[in-house]
Write a protein that binds this ligand. Structure first.
Ligand code: NAP
Length: 609
């Protein structure tokens, strides 16, 4: 019999240990000139002359959002686009994050886009990161995106020129790219690495790096592990999020000694990965990818499905029971439904905590590794070696009980008066969450009348669909959370947005629309929809009571990163789910809603030919 009251008290006590007055101010940014700018994956920057040119569409960002926009434009017959990225290749997240053990936490059969068009069979159900990066490159080749791409190029400014009705993009390579339309696919949900503001951080005289800039020259090995150069090294790891969890077993396998400084234990469910069965894969009927992806989305948001096509730890931990609608048409009993969800959640967490006892030999260590919060407080993780790694004699769990290390010295990491001398510190401490495209890209966008996007969004993200912003004509943002639909499988939403934006740009070109600027009224209407439905994404009150994380603005609701909108990130997302979101986007295009909800300038002649 579960003692619900005792568990609720434990959750509250553990949360209280972790609340910090400084909220997100506890982190320091990795700024220009630091490791943030360096690319450990290439030797130098390829020489080239500055580019001055006109293009129909400038796409900033060559990760999946930028790539999908490019693919969808290509499919619409809009071929004059230019993709710009600071990396040396396609891949975005998968370009930068190559840490050992990296893999996608959603199954590849729903995560990887364009699988049917590409005729591609992922090697495993949860594919390793290097395979995803190779796949991104393959997509780049198949859709001939390389001929439209400018790599190793950092965008400096993006400015709307009202006279020319063009966006002017300048870069650190002296380029000036002038475009009719602008697509920002610069990430922003989780792109810009952050470091903990621990005193003495810069005094460390050993080696250190952030997980998203892994230095294999120092560690040896590659993203599959085998960190052979660590055999005589003492390594400290900070961070037990999805990244820390995936790289930790590889450090533990190779290093002479490993010290994991844990602040909050993670939810670690089983992974049960395996190779794809070619016979099963080939037997999939046409349209399977969309059906499977929709089925996964439905389970994640509690929409009833006839058959559970995807069943895995995601659908167990977060696959909330669907809301049964009464047959007589009356309103459902929401209080009873919320209680059902709470019971479901508790049962999942009890199972996760019991798994720690099963897999960790030392009961004291096991106790330290148990997460005491609800499933929706952090993005859950799945691993089949993480917990077992604590049984190795060379591995030391330093349970900081919510506080984190006290100091970094020239020699190592200090906690509770004890200095742990190490050769290497790895910071798997995450990323700035849901910042503006400019913040994540390191540039500002200047729209009509010299107003910057940072100004326009200073108090709150203000958009239509999370995609367009008043005063920034012909500009489209692709990305999740910032007033767009949310999904654990981000690419589900990105591809819907990419199809929408590409199709809409084609429409505008065909209709000879040279300027489209959504009205302030349309933006307000969309903000009102966010406000009315914020509780549907996740019950905002429950998330407020969660242990701190980027989900709830580190437990601080008064400020939210640079937006200062007083909301957790979930509460400024489209609460009605990805299916309804797609319908809203389709209506915008099919009914040409933009003709009434935007200020439009038309050319006398069509500009599409
Ligand atoms: P994260 O989830 O933000 O985790 C950051 C970790 O750093 C947390 O464990 C945090 O502890 C810890 N930390 C922060 N300050 C600390 C300090 N002073 N001392 C010790 N520890 C400290 O970052 P992440 O693991 O890089 O993951 C970010 C997101 O990327 C994930 O949520 C996920 O969406 C995505 N991701 C996805 C995959 C995938 O397979 N698709 C893989 C990796 C990452 P607290 O918990 O106490 O704050």
């Amino acid at each position: 019999m579960i003692d619900k009251e005792a568990i609720a008290k434990k959750y509250a006590d553990e949360r209280a240990k972790r609340i910090r007055d400084e909220g997100t101010g506890q982190y320091v940014a990795m700024e220009i000139g630091s490791q943030m700018e360096a690319d450990p994956f290439v030797d130098g920057v390829a020489e080239r002359d500055p580019i001055t040119k006109d293009t129909d569409v400038a796409i900033v960002g060559a990760g999946w959002s930028g790539m999908l926009a490019a693919v969808r434009l290509r499919k619409e017959g809009v071929d004059d686009f230019t993709v710009i990225d600071k990396a040396a290749d396609f891949g975005g997240t998968w370009y930068w994050n190559r840490y050992p053990g990296i893999a996608c936490d959603c199954e590849a059969y729903v995560y990887l886009p364009l699988l049917e068009e590409m005729g591609y069979m992922p090697s495993m159900r949860y594919t390793p990161g290097d395979e995803i990066l190779d796949y991104a490159r393959e997509v780049g080749r198949r859709f001939d995106l390389y001929s439209n791409a400018v790599f190793q190029t950092v965008v400096k400014t993006i400015t709307w020129n009202e006279d020319a009705l063009r966006w002017i993009v300048t870069t650190d390579r002296g380029d000036e790219i002038r475009s009719r339309y602008l697509i920002l696919g610069t990430g922003g949900v989780l792109h810009r690495p952050k470091l903990p503001g621990i005193p003495g951080l810069e005094s460390f005289e050993g080696h250190w790096f952030h997980s998203s800039r892994w230095d294999f020259d120092y560690t040896g090995g590659n993203s599959r592990g085998n960190l052979d150069k660590l055999h005589d090294k003492r390594v400290a790891l900070l961070g037990t999020g999805p990244t820390g969890l995936q790289c930790f077993p590889h450090i533990a396998n190779s290093a002479a000694e490993t010290f994991l400084f844990q602040r909050t234990p993670m939810i670690v469910g089983p992974r049960d990965n395996g190779e794809t069965d070619p016979q099963w894969f080939e037997g999939q009927e046409p349209g399977w990818h969309k059906r499977r992806s929709d089925n996964f989305e439905a389970q994640m948001i509690g929409v009833p499905v006839e058959e559970k096509i995807v069943t895995d730890e995601w659908t167990r931990v977060w696959g909330i029971p669907p809301l049964e609608m009464p047959a007589d048409g009356s309103a459902p009993d929401m209080a009873a439904y919320m209680a059902e969800i709470e019971d479901y959640d508790l049962a999942q967490m009890e199972r996760i905590r019991a798994r720690v006892d099963e897999l960790v030999d030392d009961p004291e260590v096991a106790e330290s590794l148990k997460p005491w919060y609800a499933t929706h407080c952090k993005r859950p993780s799945f691993h089949d070696e993480y917990l077992q790694s604590f049984n190795k004699p060379s591995v030391h769990l330093i349970d900081t009980k919510g506080r984190g290390p006290d100091q970094i010295t020239s020699k190592g990491v200090v906690f509770d008066g004890k200095e742990y001398e190490v050769d290497l510190i790895v910071y798997a401490t995450g990323f700035e969450a849901a910042v503006s495209p400019g913040r994540s890209g390191g540039f500002d966008v200047t729209g009509c009348g010299g107003r910057t996007l940072a100004d326009a969004w200073a108090r709150r993200v203000r958009t239509v669909h999370g995609i367009q912003t008043s005063g920034f004509p012909n500009m489209f943002v692709i990305g999740g959370l910032r007033q767009a639909a949310v999904s654990v499988n981000l690419l589900y939403v990105y591809d819907e947005q990419a199809k929408h934006v590409a199709n809409n740009i084609k429409q505008l070109m065909d209709d000879g629309i040279t300027k489209l600027d959504v009205t302030e009224a349309a933006v307000q209407e969309w903000c009102d929809i966010m406000d009315a439905n914020m509780d549907l994404v996740f019950n905002a009150e429950q998330v407020r009571l969660c242990t701190p994380s980027y989900f709830n603005n580190e437990g601080n609701f008064d400020t939210h990163g640079e937006f200062k909108n007083g909301r957790p990130i979930w509460a400024d997302a489209y609460g009605l789910g990805p299916f309804q979101y797609s319908e809203v986007l389709a209506k915008w295009r099919d009914d040409k809603e933009y003709e009434t909800k935007a200020e439009i300038v038309r050319d006398s002649e069509s500009v599409s030919s």
